[in-house]
Ligand binder design. Structure first.
Ligand code: FMN
Length: 180
């Protein structure tokens, strides 16, 4: 790895999984670590490699506007985004995250990864509980037709689940090391 390259890891996390992954990645890469509110868009130009991590919320990557709004300023840099969610990593998942969050130009220029997070219904904010309750009713009504993801989600309302796995950051680390 070229140690002269400066790397920023920036994250937006509501319940802690994305923060955990960002911390693991920053430590491994000896990068500067920022919670999203602690960095301004213009500070991004100080870095050669920008790694952004955000949790998935109804398909959207929280906080990723920081990358989108500043894209013209940072487009010559190495940009890596990791999304943290509960779904299983299926073939189409990355494509669907890409389509819901980025236009074609940005999509072609960034590297996108998916990491599995955690879920504890009891700890959710009131708004998130309301949103998830609607999902729960929907899942229950389709109980017999649910795929693995749906069944897992339904079970998660009763018992907290945590898929955070330090080993899964390896794909992000390899990507950074290959490109700098
Ligand atoms: C309201 C709500 C919406 C969610 N939407 C998605 C989603 O669209 N896709 C997904 O894979 N996970 C979804 N999740 C699961 C979160 O992404 C998961 O809990 C993640 O670990 C949260 O990250 P954080 O701990 O950094 O806040 C959702 C969770 C909540 C509470």
């Amino acid at each position: 790895m070229d140690n002269n390259k400066s790397i920023a890891v920036i994250y937006k996390s509501k319940y802690g999984s994305t923060k955990k992954y960002a911390g693991w990645i920053a430590l491994k890469l000896d990068a500067d670590l920022y919670e999203i509110s602690d960095i301004r868009g213009k500070d991004l130009k100080d870095y050669d490699v920008i790694i952004f991590g955000g949790s998935l919320h109804a398909g959207k990557i929280k906080g990723v506007d920081l990358i989108i709004k500043n894209y013209d300023m940072i487009k010559e840099k190495e940009i890596i985004v990791f999304a943290v969610g509960l779904s299983h990593e299926k073939d189409k998942l990355l494509n669907s995250i890409m389509e819901k969050n980025f236009d074609e130009e940005i999509g072609n220029n960034i590297k996108l990864f998916y990491l599995r997070g955690s879920f504890n219904y009891r700890e959710l904010s009131i708004g998130d509980k309301a949103m998830m309750s609607i999902l729960k009713i929907d899942l229950k009504s389709k109980k017999d037709e649910l795929d693995e993801d749906g069944k897992g989600m339904l079970e998660a309302f009763n018992a907290p689940i945590d898929f955070c796995d330090k080993k899964s950051i390896e794909k992000v680390i390899i990507c950074v090391n290959e490109n700098i």
